[in-house]
Design a protein around this ligand. Structure first.
Ligand code: GDG
Length: 465
């Protein structure tokens, strides 16, 4: 018999990975991401998480892990190709990120997207108790709110979009635009990373469907949908504690030694994604070496590019371009045993990431567009010594909050170079002042506050326990 919950999270992925050990297969909570963000609110509620467990074909039976009930939804190989790699990551992802790569529109992908969204809505309808609160996440599941409302009008439904929501002119390219907008309007509350995105959304509701709005609340079918900004954050305390641990501090010193104890270590950490502006930052670094403003071995760069969406064409092409540029810079400016760019196309554990943050004099975050960018926040939180400097693109959600970073326009190569040089040479006291102000802000705006404020606005009952 299905166990029903008063609080249900619906997201494309369940927060688990299947591990194959010598004794068989077992599930392990996957670190970071949404699960860290939601853990505090899930742990004190009787919660179920609905999502894909990661395999192909049949899904495992629902199971419990670390106090959360997990309800797997199956995806076939065709679903993965059309719903996930196709509609989600080749149509919606680029379109919502300013079309920095041209989106591809394909009717078969839209059909698969609809079918998979129905499946998620069915699963959520099955596990939600009477009048439960359901929180749906992200661009892969934009049709779920309306589908769920049609099945279960008793539910409180919230939706949070982790990526940007585009301006009307761009959204209008979407062939299934009415369906997506109606899908989102099925929620009682639609949350975005930034105010501008919430405004784009309510303007679109008026433009496309002629719906009346008051402020950022839209009237639809005799009820209302409210849109608002809820900038996501990180578990600041957890990152501070990790960074303060003697293992991480020792590893940070070791990393610097392994890099040849340079004067300046510049660090980038991103999923290998064309929205993250990895190429433009390599170009900026390359030009500064070319001009002689920076030189190896005094200054070296470390770029972690975590493998991502490797079967999607744009991503394969990006990898080739990035690796060619790294090779060119190293060929032109590296020395024997001292490359200019240490390029790591690998995934690391949280401690290693924290050690890299602590080891870096300058963190460079240059997306062409990014909903928030948690890496920037993690770097600031990790600098318990108040050292380091952050170069941050204006086109990230984080830039609206981390005002004391060295902000830059990623489309302006000279602006990026200038911000990087200013960050490298910042006076120690001024650097500490900036870091302190950003840390103060982050401590008051951590992920717990993000989740609680969304749920409070949605009118979810207070947690018990
Ligand atoms: C989307 C939106 C929004 C990275 N490499 C490794 C690793 N990471 C972790 C980072 C960070 C997370 O992944 C990446 O988060 P970002 O926010 O930087 O970027 P997206 O993946 O694009 O996330 C974004 C976010 O959703 C949340 O709403 O901020 O705008 O695009 O936590 O530390 N973690 C581990 N190993 C790695 O190698 N363990």
């Amino acid at each position: 018999m299905t166990v029903r919950s008063g609080f249900v999270v619906v997201a494309n992925r369940l927060p688990v990975d299947e591990e194959v050990t010598s004794t068989g297969r077992q599930w392990r909570t996957s670190p970071g991401g949404l699960v860290t963000a939601l853990h505090p609110v899930l742990a004190v509620r009787d919660a179920t998480w609905v999502g894909w467990a990661g395999g192909v074909g049949g899904a495992p039976e629902p199971f419990d892990l670390d106090g959360i009930r997990l309800h797997p939804v199956p995806l076939s190989a065709d679903d993965i190709e059309r719903y996930y790699e196709g509609e989600s990551n080749t149509t919606i992802w680029p379109l919502y990120h300013d079309a920095v790569e041209p989106p591809t529109f394909n009717r078969r992908w839209s059909d698969a997207y609809r079918a998979v969204n129905e499946r998620f809505a069915d699963a959520a309808a099955e596990v939600a108790a009477d009048c439960a609160t359901v929180w749906v996440h992200d661009y892969q599941l934009q049709l779920v709110p309306a589908m769920l409302r049609a099945r279960r009008p008793d539910l409180r439904i919230g939706f949070f979009l982790h990526i940007p929501f585009p301006p009307i002119e761009l959204f209008m390219q979407m062939p299934v635009r009415v369906e997506i907008l109606r899908g989102l309007l099925g929620a009682d509350l639609v949350g975005f990373q930034q105010k501008l995105a919430a405004q784009n959304f309510v303007r679109l509701a008026r433009h496309l469907l002629g719906l009346r709005r008051t402020g950022t609340t839209v009237d639809i079918d005799g009820r209302t949908t409210k849109a608002d900004a809820f900038p996501i954050s990180i578990d600041v305390k957890e990152m501070e504690e990790l960074a303060a641990s003697s293992e991480v501090q020792a590893r940070a010193r070791q990393i610097r030694a392994e890099l040849g104890d340079p004067k300046t270590v510049i660090l980038g950490v991103d999923r290998l994604d064309y929205t993250k502006g990895i190429e433009l930052r390599l170009d900026a670094f390359g030009e500064l070496l070319e001009e002689g403003t920076l030189s190896v071995p005094d200054t070296v760069m470390v770029q972690v590019a975590t493998p991502s969406r490797e079967r999607v064409e744009h991503y394969e092409e990006l990898r080739v371009r990035v690796e060619r540029e790294v090779g060119r810079i190293n060929g032109d400016f590296g020395h024997v045993g001292v490359p200019a760019v240490h390029y790591l196309h690998q995934s690391y554990n949280r401690s290693e990431l924290a050690a890299l943050y602590c080891a870096a004099d300058v963190m460079i975050v240059t997306p062409l567009r990014d909903g928030m960018n948690l890496v920037a926040k993690e770097y600031v939180a990790a600098r318990i010594d108040q050292g380091g400097a952050l170069v941050l693109s204006e086109f990230t959600g984080a830039a609206s909050e981390l005002r004391h970073a060295f902000l830059c326009n990623p489309y302006d190569p000279d602006g990026v170079k200038d911000a990087l040089v200013r960050a490298i040479h910042v006076d120690k006291a001024e650097g500490r002042r900036r870091m302190r102000l950003m840390q103060r802000y982050l401590r008051a705006h951590d992920v717990n506050r993000w989740a609680r404020s969304f749920l409070a606005e949605l009118g979810a009952p207070e947690a018990t326990g």
